[in-house]
Design a protein around this ligand. Structure first.
Ligand SMILES: [Mn+2]
Length: 321
């Protein structure tokens, strides 16, 4: 998939503010490439996020925020569902003569197919780290205990500590544990990085909650200034079937949306439907999680969202006080 190209200089690209999965998959891939005599560096626009920084302290790798394209013969883009998440690097990527590979567990977005020469994309995989582990086995590269730990970190963070892990993923986890990774130890690395302001955002999100019953489903909407993704995730764990955290942005509102698996399975609604109805498809994410932007005002946005849900479910929304 990669080593057959006999690359000499590779650049590994993560998405804007790379998360643990992007950082760790790059870390592991870099090691595999270096073992084959290929120089490799990791570039992530706007650096990496807070939890990834905690991981970086323990498993150090240099993170560059920009890159001068030209000498590379291999580009691997990791964990990046939408090419736009590469920010200013996208232009250079397009123009580069290098072989371009995408390794990702997000749905393949339009445009990615032409952009890349090789795709390792599997929506069923828990994480990009899981895909990189599969790739290593295919390439005949044996990850040691440290790499097994790094790969497991990406799986842990992308499955909410294995809560959402599939049977297939648990088998991969078992292999990584046999290679020397410790779930208990790695949980500590991620837990280290609890953030007080994030906790406050979640609590405020819960306090300001609007609850609707739409055809028996609990739809929860709230407004917060920051940490939208973790607020919507937290609301789901409180028992909502669909949670939406809205915040103001320069041009209108931005929001993060999450759906419980049963909701997606039984209603068939996923962010694709709602995004195209409400925002002309602007947004990205998984089937069950999405980040969206809209130029509408908060009230209008909420009204449209509820109407779109009523339409899809075929029942009227009933507010619950
Ligand atoms: Mn990921």
């Amino acid at each position: 998939m990669i080593l057959d190209l006999r690359p000499r200089k590779a650049v590994l690209l993560g998405h804007r503010r790379s998360d643990v999965d992007a950082y760790c998959s790059a870390y592991a891939l870099k090691r595999m490439l270096e073992a084959e005599g290929c120089e490799a560096e990791f570039v992530s626009p706007e650096g990496i996020d807070r939890v990834a920084k905690a991981v970086q302290k323990r498993y150090w790798m240099d993170v560059k925020e920009g890159y001068e394209f030209g000498e590379e013969d291999l580009i691997v883009v990791l964990d990046t569902g939408q090419p736009e998440l590469l920010g200013g690097l996208l232009e250079g990527l397009r123009e580069s003569k290098a072989t371009k590979v995408l390794i990702d567990h997000h749905p393949l977005s339009r445009g990615s197919e032409e952009l890349f020469d090789r795709l390792l994309v599997d929506e069923k995989a828990s994480s990009t780290c899981e895909l990189v582990y599969g790739l290593m086995k295919e390439e005949g590269y044996e990850p040691d205990g440290e790499l097994a730990s790094v790969l497991l970190l990406g799986i842990l963070t992308d499955t909410q500590n294995l809560a959402n892990a599939s049977s297939e993923t648990l088998l991969v986890v078992a292999e990584l544990v046999k290679r020397g990774a410790s779930v208990e130890e790695l949980r500590k690395v991620i837990r280290l990085s609890k953030d007080r302001s994030e906790a406050i955002a979640k609590l405020k999100g819960a306090k300001r909650l609007k609850i609707y019953d739409v055809g028996g489903w609990l739809v929860c909407v709230t407004e917060v200034g920051s940490f939208h993704a973790s607020v919507s995730k937290a609301l789901l764990s409180l028992g909502c079937d669909l949670s939406v955290a809205i915040g103001r942005s320069d041009s209108g509102v931005r929001c993060s949306m999450r759906a419980a698996q049963e909701f997606v399975d039984e209603t068939g609604i996923h962010r694709g439907h709602l995004a195209s109805k409400l925002w002309g498809g602007r947004g990205g994410g998984h089937r069950m999680a999405a980040a969206l932007n809209s130029d509408k005002g908060g009230e209008e946005f909420l009204k449209d969202l509820i109407e779109a849900l009523e339409d899809e479910i075929g029942e009227e929304a009933r507010p619950i006080d």
